[in-house]
Design a protein around this ligand. Sequence first.
Ligand SMILES: N[C@@H](CCC(=O)N[C@@H](CS)C(=O)NCC(=O)O)C(=O)O
Length: 235
Amino acid sequence: MSLTLYELAGADAAVRFSPHCWKARMALAHKGLDAECRPFRFTDKAEIAFSGQGLVPVLVEDGTAISDSWRIALHLEARHPERPSLFGDGQGRALARFVNAYADSAVVAPLRPLLTLDIFLRVHEKDRAYFRASREARFGRPLEELNSDTARNVADFRAALTPARTLLGDQPFLAGQAPAYTDYALFGLFMWARCISEVRLLEEDDPVFGWRERLLDAFGGLARNAPIGVADAAA
Ligand SMILES: N[C@@H](CCC(=O)N[C@@H](CS)C(=O)NCC(=O)O)C(=O)O
């Protein structure tokens, strides 16, 4: 079996900061699968042209290319049913789909402006002009102005976590007693912050903080030991 995962990388190729690539990384680890994780920069579009689109993650398994982190999770579950399930029984897949959509909408919204300037400062030099132009078009203002709303964005981010916080007050993982894709779908966003920013997102008494610690330690500390592009990881 041959597995290759194309992952977004910073100026330092070891720093892999994409939230969606982290979802795929955690899914592979959950399945106990080893992949060659290749660095991809924003402007390396030609390298993944074979996948028919321009975003990462892209997983290539035995010559078949799959893009989009959710589709990668579905692929891994279907292709490796004998390995630990990413979704569990019953409504696990629907719950994971819901949490993925919640993470990529309500939770990501206040996080994007918090992290975008930090990303810009840590992308490869060749990516800078593309990144600035595409993100300034998205936000409608210079990247340097995004930091003016930090306190409000942190407050909005914490508020957006309320549904997860409620559940994590009752159980160690969103999926129950052990982690599954439902957890990775949200955790990917925290790895994005951890790898490129020093912003303080959570207080230690927040149940989400403890959950994040448990996932940082999962799979032998895969996420905790991942190289970061800042002196101190985002708390
Ligand atoms: N829905 C996709 C989103 C993928 C995505 O937006 N990837 C970003 C990295 S986090 C990307 O490749 N960006 C390249 C660009 O903006 O040009 C997924 O879940 O995989």
